[in-house]
Write a new protein. Sequence first.
Length: 436
Amino acid sequence: MIPRYSRPEMVAIWEPQARFGIWFEIEAHATEALGELGVVPKSAAKALWDWWATKPEIDVAAIDAIEAVTKHDVIAFLTWVAEQVGDEARFMHQGMTSSDVLDTCLSVQLVRASDLLLADLDRLLEVLKRRAFEHKLTPTIGRSHGIHAEPVTFGLKLAEAYAEFSRNKARLVAARTDIATCAISGAVGTFANIDPRVEEHVAEKMGLAVEPVSTQIIPRDRHAMYFATLGVIASSIERLAVEIRHLQRTEVLEAEEYFSPGQKGSSAMPHKRNPVLTENLTGLARMIRGYVTPALENVALWHERDISHSSVERYIGPDATITLDFALARLTGVMDKLLVYPARMQKNLDRMGGLVHSQRVLLALTQAGVSREDSYRLVQRNAMKVWESDGELSLLELLRADPEVTLSDAELEEKFDLGYHFRQVDTIFERVFGNA
């Protein structure tokens, strides 16, 4: 992933030093278990852990140089470790296959990445909740098809986002659990040359569950679900980003990204204040979703294993998690500093001459004995005059003047009460946030 869209803590999970460190722990824990079972000398694991306790720096360049000859990354790593540890290192990897190391390591990395992403989601949820309560009763227009519909509050928009990202958190928790499995089952997964208790030991030490049945690899449906979950989260990021982008349009301008002192919006037009952060989030979401299809295609491998999935995962593991980590942090910053303009929201609400109250008049007429078809005709007939006047005319006044509308002036006025639409806001907030 390019540095522009990366954060150090997530990047560190995918660095070669970190990967080789996890490989070593897997191999050392396995050797430890083999020693307890009497398959190898206990001194072998001790030699490995004693060397590790010296906090050696893993020489990535040296391992890469060995791999250039062996054309096999795990063998290159084992060769380098043997050079450092000495004779006892020959007992490493007894009965294991490369995928035992690679797949278990990937599980550890994805679990660690998940923990960072879950912390990102917690920070975003905290901001969304705070801003939702801040604007719980800030009136704004709800839109369907991009057209004025009926009044809502800006707090409800944010509560909706909070609920969506709460679901995303639950999905990621489930995906983390699903991906957190360990396979130390040897060639084609039969445990022919390694005791299942070794797998149990490594799984416990690495904070993973035992894979119930592996072939020579951990089944890739787990990974497909994991990356699909990241794709769903990315889509939620984009949905909120697109909402902000629409609200920042000059013709709307109900909210906008914070514009810092000294910031420039355009190299040509000094007046510009563009929604660059949320546009960026839309682009990043596209990238994250782009990793979902390769993960799905990785599920169908040949027989007990092939490595067509390997090159894919070397890309999508780091890139998807690093990008999503960055995107969640960016969205949190956008929402934390989002500029909200209640006066402009009210102005837009009032812009179309009261059309947003048409449904209440329709319902009132039906309750007064007018057929639904006639009620709709009467309201629409007057509403279209307001629409065509671009809000210059008043729906309330036109209805008052319409002899077929049998409601009294007082009854009509009551149907244009803005507060009526917010009677259930408390109920919705309680559903979303509980009694907070």
